[in-house]
Design a protein around this ligand. Structure first.
Ligand SMILES: NC(=O)c1ccc[n+]([C@@H]2O[C@H](COP(=O)([O-])OP(=O)(O)OC[C@H]3O[C@@H](n4cnc5c(N)ncnc54)[C@H](O)[C@@H]3O)[C@@H](O)[C@H]2O)c1
Length: 451
């Protein structure tokens, strides 16, 4: 692709909520470098919806296509890059097909959900020589970049251990239990779908590779059994039909701007139901997870994720041979109903008097006082990460980055490796050595090649 001097030609596959970030980026700040030519989805209604949005943003002709037409579209439109924003378990198929059809790929996290997916993507990248960029917007949020810079500076010495807790609130966290994510076969569970963001941050902060994983957890709040045990009575199967409900766990798409147009109106095409009850049966993912990870250079990570917290945010403590760094972030201090489902639909949020939204990075060396490190304003979605990530991924000549935020295929594999091994550990009850899994990069003969 280096010899191409015209704007790069893009197709987006997966016309759901996340695709809008890329479509607006391609047709907005990056239009001089990029040309959007095709939008594909299994649901023709949603593909056409985003083609119409593209037209209002001033695009030229953008064709809607079905997934089986991917290769034809790549050839006919001379597509340079495919952006994959379909559900997680479908990523591997589309990444492999796009590579073999001659395109490079930008794929949303998680790269894939299982060992087979990681192996087939790695093999296709080797066979075709195509490039695969895994997208990790959290690397680009200024607070996370500031922690990377601090660790990289050596101020706290060699990292010996990390303690990382992430809490999702009853709006954002609950939303994973309403739709495709609630089945592990679609998302890999939150350990892959959500925590791959967090494991990627740790891999990147430390510049190291995980080597062994132990996980414990379960479904303890959402789901029919937990609700019944708490005495919760009969509930509607879904939120957007029948009478409106004042229950904050019920999502009525008719009342949330953007959702009716994107999902409810197009159910007739594919039967994708976006608003299942979070206290219904048959979900197979966890809502409370604890993980211990060993890293190849000797550091240990203790990690936990909770998906039913009254507030949302995270805290990370990094212990080093010369001191300690602590990052605390409150992304949303409190939520009040009715349900909103994404930080970008933030019109019904409220603030708390006691817990305030904000971020704080503090460093302290042995025998010294603590010092707060200023963080530049993280405006925009995902702590300011989305805008900065698009600048890096979509600009024709991205500036040199001393923090190495652009994630490649190996970073994508490393990020899902902890979650995939964690799922094996949840199943077996034992710790999983990554070199025993068959994941690319940890074969016994090449262990540690990505460190
Ligand atoms: N980096 C982030 O912060 C972030 C945020 C949200 C979502 N994501 C990722 O983006 C991806 C999409 O998530 P979303 O929230 O937009 O989901 P979504 O359900 O809103 O959209 C997914 C789209 O894919 C389509 N689809 C489903 N199966 C398909 C198939 N076989 N072929 C083609 N299209 C198919 C659906 O019809 C839907 O339009 C996921 O991988 C998710 O992990 C990342």
């Amino acid at each position: 692709m280096d010899a191409v001097t015209r704007p790069l030609r893009y197709a987006v596959l997966g016309a759901g909520a996340r695709s809008e970030t890329y479509i607006r980026g391609l047709l907005g700040p990056h239009r001089a470098d990029a040309e959007l030519l095709a939008i594909g989805d299994i649901n023709p209604g949603r593909a056409v919806h985003f083609c119409a949005l593209a037209a209002t943003l001033g695009a030229g002709e953008v064709v809607a296509f079905a997934p089986h037409e991917l290769e034809t579209v790549i050839a006919a439109q001379q597509i340079d890059r495919v952006i994959v924003t379909t559900p997680d378990a479908t990523h591997a198929e589309f990444v492999v097909r796009a590579l073999h059809a001659g395109a490079d790929v930008i794929v949303e996290k998680p790269l894939t959900t299982d060992i087979d997916g990681a192996r087939t993507i790695s093999r296709a990248a080797t066979e075709t020589g195509g490039s695969v960029t895994a997208t990790f917007n959290y690397r680009y949020s200024p607070r996370n970049s500031a922690l990377k810079e601090l660790i990289q500076s050596g101020e706290i010495g060699e990292v010996t251990s990390v303690h990382f807790e992430w809490v999702l609130d009853t709006v954002h966290g609950a939303d994973y239990f309403r739709r495709w994510h609630r089945l592990k076969q679609n998302s890999g569970g939150l350990l892959v779908h959500k925590s791959s963001h967090h494991f990627d941050l740790v891999n990147w902060w430390l510049g190291d590779s995980p080597s062994r994983v132990y996980a414990s957890g379960g479904l303890r709040f959402y789901g029919a059994d937990n609700a019944a045990n708490r005495g919760v009575g009969e509930r509607p199967a879904r939120g957007s039909v029948g009478a409106p409900s004042s229950d904050p766990f019920v999502l009525d798409m008719r009342t949330v701007s953007g959702l009716e147009e994107l999902y409810l109106r197009h159910e007739n095409h594919d039967g994708y139901v976006r608003d299942l009850d979070v206290f219904s049966a048959d979900m197979t993912i966890e809502d409370n997870i604890a993980v211990i990870v060993d890293f190849s250079r000797g550091a240990t990570l203790t990690y936990s994720l909770n998906a039913h917290s009254p507030w949302e945010g995270y805290s990370v403590s990094v212990n080093g041979t010369r001191g300690r760094a602590e990052l605390t972030v409150v992304e949303r201090a409190e939520v009040s109903g009715p349900a909103v489902v994404d930080p970008s639909y933030s019109d019904v949020l409220s603030g708390s008097d006691v817990r305030t939204e904000g971020e704080r990075l503090v460093v302290q060396q042995h025998w010294q006082g603590a010092r707060e490190i200023p963080i530049v304003d993280g405006d925009g979605d995902h702590g300011g990460g989305d805008r900065r990530m698009l600048e890096d991924l979509l600009a024709r000549t991205a500036p040199a980055d001393p923090l190495h935020r652009r994630a490649d295929l190996h970073d994508g594999v490393k990020a899902v490796a902890v979650g995939i091994a964690g799922n094996l550990s949840l199943h077996s009850g034992s710790a999983v050595v990554l070199a025993d899994t068959g994941l690319p990069g940890w074969e016994p003969a090449t262990e540690g090649v990505h460190a």
